[in-house]
Design a protein around this ligand. Sequence first.
Ligand code: DC
Length: 669
Amino acid sequence: MFDVEYLDIPPLSRAAGTVRLPGSKSISNRVLLLAALSHGQTTVHALLASDDTAVMLAALRQLGCTVQQQGDTAVISGLGGQLLQRKAALFMGNAGTAIRPLTAALALLGGEFELSGVPRMHERPIGDLVDALRQLGCSIEYLANEGFPPLRLQPSPGPLKLDQPIRVRGDVSSQFLTALLMALPLVADRDIHIEVIGELISRPYIEITLKLLQRFGIQVQREDWQRFTIPAGSQYQSPGEIHVEGDASSASYFIALGAIAESTRGQHGIEILGVGADSIQGDIRFVEAARMMGAEIDSTPHSLRVRRGQPGKGWPLKAIDLDCNHIPDAAMTLAVMALYADGTTVLRNIASWRVKETDRIAAMACELRKLGASVEEGLDYLKITPPASLQDWKPAAIHTYDDHRMAMCFSLAAFNPAQCPVRILDPKCVAKTFPDYFEALFNVTEADATLIPVICIDGPTASGKGTLAALTAQRLGYHYLDSGALYRLTAFAARRAGVSLDDAEGVARIARSLPVRFQGDRIFLDAEDVSDAIRTEAAGMAASRVSVHPQVRAALVRLQHSFRQLPGLVADGRDMGSVIFPDAPLKIYLTASAQRRAERRYKQLISKGNTITIQTILQDLEARDARDMSRQAAPLKPADQARLLDNSELSIEKSVAQVIDWWQATRPF
Ligand code: DC
């Protein structure tokens, strides 16, 4: 996951490959609760691992449910409709799919519970559900604002009133009806009727609820979308095993990607595994909307393949005017596809966007405008006209409002024809439903290598380049190249093979086919973890010796270039800015006095239990500097336009802050 303040996405050009979707959020959270309420044990496969499912799992555990997790499988021992814990304070984060059905189930089962969430959750309405439950005689109190969480539930003073039809509004959120449908089977000692008031929105989500209830043994009878009956004697029974489909809303970003990105040469668009024609999720109908806009989509029961339409036919995309009531979440993706359309796109009947993770209509309008689009915002619609010409596109820092879908949607703006980079603020909010979204995106997208930013940090030994580069990379979510490690590895492998370090050709041959693998911060040569072996003083000296050979340097160029990957790279070494990445937008020459560097190295070595004098280190250091600076091939020196940073008196935090400041000054945001 990109746990950074912001993520800069360089201009993207092409896409191709396969994406395996994470499990559906809606199905995962419903299945978890149903399994917990059932008789028997349920094994849930392909469960989504995300913030919202973590919230549900934590709550179920607090209520006394046993859950064993291994990878994406969870084994849940059902409570059989009986709570083991009747008193708990439950934190629901910002998970609407958790707080609503849990409120209903706990209110009916009885006990003392408090349900709260993040501040935004306390702005999301729940009054219609509370009203419905109060008709039944449940005791529910608002702890802050009328109509909103946090809530306190208490045992109902008398028997539940189940004889009257329970009336619930359906026009604010379908989750209120879902919550009742999932909770009422717990008390169905007679037929229970639910009547929907107002037009029911987001019906496909009710269909998911009904289908899953069926899997757990409850056959709800439905008359139109107005009246639902839970038959007397209904009881939850575990189906034993259940597979969670891939998330159809998450699929929308990759469907859109396939529709707007040219395919990488020789490949056939984007293949999406986990949902297909057999999906029970309403958002699968996003496929129809994407087709209307020009995408070419083939489907199998459990997968999709998407390609961009032919020029003049499906590309540029066609502007559409669509009632989006049936795909409320995925429709956000259409708003960003509209940036690539041949006219004005209108998305209608989207009022529910206003009560989601954020006011999505306002948020979408504001951020699309930042990119240069013209947007008209209505109470329940958006009209989006793309930037009129290349000059009208603007690089933008996109606010995501703690809304995962905002972050995922706007990543697609990086395909803009003006090649403006896009900054996504707080990208980790995707953890709500798709923690590895950006990794999945970068796996199947390509950018022109010269547009992938590189920050070069060169300098003498023990100047602290490695720490500075690694921390900078972490702050920006970039890859990290420790080029010195490649020279160290080469010398190490040459010694192993019995090749003299002075044999330029022999060492170069080894460098050309280094079987190296980087795994986190460990370095492997074939299967052997050599991370520590190449870090010794002797290994550094040997690296310095092999690094004087031009043939060896040439042999390592391609390997070093291969680290320039999305979304960016921080590289440290001696010649990163001068030779390997001469076009890097930021080059830093990091140094510190020889005395300072010797002291640092001394501390490091002593802490590792070495016995050595500071004098020896200083001599070694100066010898290595002299060789690295005086060699013919790519000598150590500040690159043209390099910024000098002397960190003799700077803390590492201050050094990182300085680099980030310089970096920020190169950015258009
Ligand atoms: O950064 P380091 O101490 O791990 O580097 C070990 C040696 O490798 C260094 O003394 C010189 C050589 N080197 C190089 O010539 N060019 C680089 N880009 C990185 C390291």
